[in-house]
Structures are given as structure tokens and as C-alpha cells.
Design a protein around this ligand. Structure first.
Ligand code: GUN
Length: 285
């Protein structure tokens, strides 16, 4: 039976570290840290995420500036706001919640955010830095996954690491981070042949394909570390991940639950990135 990786506990310790350092910087350097969160329209899931980000800011002692814009906001208006935030010294990090309404080009918006304030690490400059290992910010979800793997004590060096999913936000950067820790990395996706065989060879398996209970116990190597990035609904409408937890926990050595695994890590890493951004802008370290 697998050990459950407690994402809530690991995320709390990350937030505690961030809060302690933010308090010290405020005391010693008078540094105030601020995150701007922009939401366009009224997508309920986005609303929940944005509220959670605001709460996390309060918990670690950051100021949060929320910009809730109407769904009819034009691309030009949104780009103007991004420019204002790029120049606003109170704002150390800028997060534009995705997805955006269809009439707005997400790429144009991401490109407009100053790379120094891009706490999502979605800007091409930050994506490129990850490729060469010279980054300031890591995208929040893959960075959170790395912390969860670290919490198991399993050393990545030389291990077979399999990532299922090739999105720009999770799969691709995840593979790079595992490679930088000396893993032997395979990236799989919806068109991969022999997926089961490849998975059965994985010492570390990260699943981010967006399909409910896609990975089952018979695809998992005995004792593997299994990290489930999915957030799906099963046939009864119940929240579940991309991994079939019930069968997988019988094979895995360590496994993340959904909810309570990767989810809480994403916001904790966003707080960490905002702290890093503030320090860099203030010329600290
Ligand atoms: N929508 C879902 N996840 C994310 C995220 O990590 N960042 C942003 N900006 N939007 C999202």
C-alpha cells in the first residue's frame, strides 16, 4: 500500500517559509510585497482560484490587488491594464487568470507582462530560461510537483521519469525540471504507443493528461512515485484525478490524492515566486 503524499502539509510548510521571509524583509528592509490578480469574466472555477490566491496572499502577509473585469473587456483594455501594472511599484507579481474570453488573444496578453513580474513563468523569456536552467521563476504546478517528489526523500538522479501530458504549463516544463535533476525522462501524450509498457518502467510517474482515472494500477511499477496533476470529474460527478487512486495505491510506493495533492502546491509556489520577484526588483540577493 502506498504512502499518501500530503500536499496540504507540504504546501503549508512552503507558505510558512514564504511568510517568515516576507516578515523578515518587511522588518529589515521595509519591503512590502504585492501581487496583482486579473480576472476577466465570471467563470466560476476561475473565481474560486482567484479567491484562493487572495486568501494565500493574506496568509503570507502580501498585499493583493484584484482587478475583476467584465467579460466584454477588449483586448486593448486588458493590455492597457497590464502596462499600468508593469509600471506600478506596489505590484511585484502579475497574474492574469486563464482561460480568457475567446475574443482575447492569450498569447498577446502573456507576452505583454513584464518577464520580471511574470510569476506564472508563462512569458517566452521565462520559458526559455527554464530550458537553459537559468531561471528566476518556475511555473507553479511543475515546481510544486518537484517539492512533492522531494518530500518523499526519493532521489531523482538516474531514475526513469515518465510525464504523461505535453502542455506548455505542466508537461513540457515538468520534463525539463526532472531532466535538470538528472532523471531519464520520457514524455508521453495522447498519441503515444505502448503507453502501458512505458508507464510500467517509470520509477517516477507524473500524470497531467486531463482525463479522469486514465492511469490504472496495472500501468504502475511496484513502489513508484505517482503524482497526479489531474482535476477531473468521474462518472458520478465526483472530483477525481487522472489516476485511478483505488487501484494505483495498491502498486505505488508514494501517491498524491486528489484533492489535497498537487492542487494546494500550485498556490504555495505562486507565493514563493512573488517573494522571489519582489526580492529581485528590490535588488536583494
Ligand atoms: N488557470 C488555471 N491555472 C492557472 C495558472 O496556474 N495560472 C493562470 N494565470 N491561470 C490559470
Amino acid at each position: 500500500m502506498a504512502q499518501i503524499i500530503d500536499g496540504k502539509a507540504v504546501s503549508s510548510s512552503v507558505k510558512e517559509e514564504v511568510a517568515a521571509e516576507a516578515a523578515r524583509l518587511k522588518e529589515e528592509k521595509g519591503l512590502k510585497i504585492g501581487l496583482a490578480v486579473v480576472i476577466v469574466g465570471d467563470d466560476p472555477a476561475s473565481r474560486v482560484y482567484v479567491n484562493n490566491k487572495k486568501k494565500a496572499c493574506e496568509a503570507v502577509g502580501f498585499q493583493s490587488f484584484e482587478y475583476a473585469l467584465d467579460a466584454s473587456t477588449t483586448q486593448e483594455q486588458l493590455l492597457d491594464l497590464v502596462q499600468v501594472l508593469n509600471r506600478d511599484d506596489r505590484v511585484n507579481g502579475i497574474l492574469v487568470q486563464l482561460p480568457l474570453p475567446k475574443h482575447i488573444d492569450e498569447k498577446a496578453v502573456i507576452d505583454a507582462i513584464s518577464p520580471d513580474k511574470d510569476v506564472d513563468a508563462f512569458h517566452p523569456v521565462n520559458v526559455g530560461k527554464i530550458m537553459i536552467g537559468e531561471y528566476s521563476f518556475l511555473p507553479c504546478t511543475p515546481a510544486g510537483v518537484m517539492r512533492l517528489i522531494e518530500s518523499t526523500g526519493v532521489d531523482i538522479t538516474g531514475k526513469n521519469c515518465v510525464v504523461i501530458g505535453r502542455s506548455n504549463i505542466v508537461g513540457k516544463p515538468q520534463a525539463m525540471l526532472l531532466l535538470q535533476k538528472n532523471g531519464t525522462v520520457t514524455i508521453c501524450h495522447s498519441k503515444t504507443k505502448n503507453l502501458k509498457e512505458i508507464c510500467l518502467n517509470a520509477d517516477i510517474l507524473v500524470v497531467a493528461i486531463g482525463r479522469a482515472k486514465f492511469v490504472t494500477g496495472d500501468m504502475i511499477k511496484e513502489g513508484a512515485v505517482v503524482i497526479d496533476v489531474g482535476m477531473d470529474r468521474d462518472e458520478n460527478g465526483k472530483l477525481c484525478g487522472d489516476v485511478d487512486f483505488e487501484s494505483a495505491e495498491k502498486k505505488a510506493g508514494y501517491i498524491t490524492p486528489v484533492p489535497g495533492g498537487v492542487g494546494p502546491m500550485t498556490i504555495a509556489m505562486l507565493m514563493k515566486n512573488t517573494l522571489t520577484a519582489a526580492k529581485q526588483q528590490a535588488g536583494i540577493e
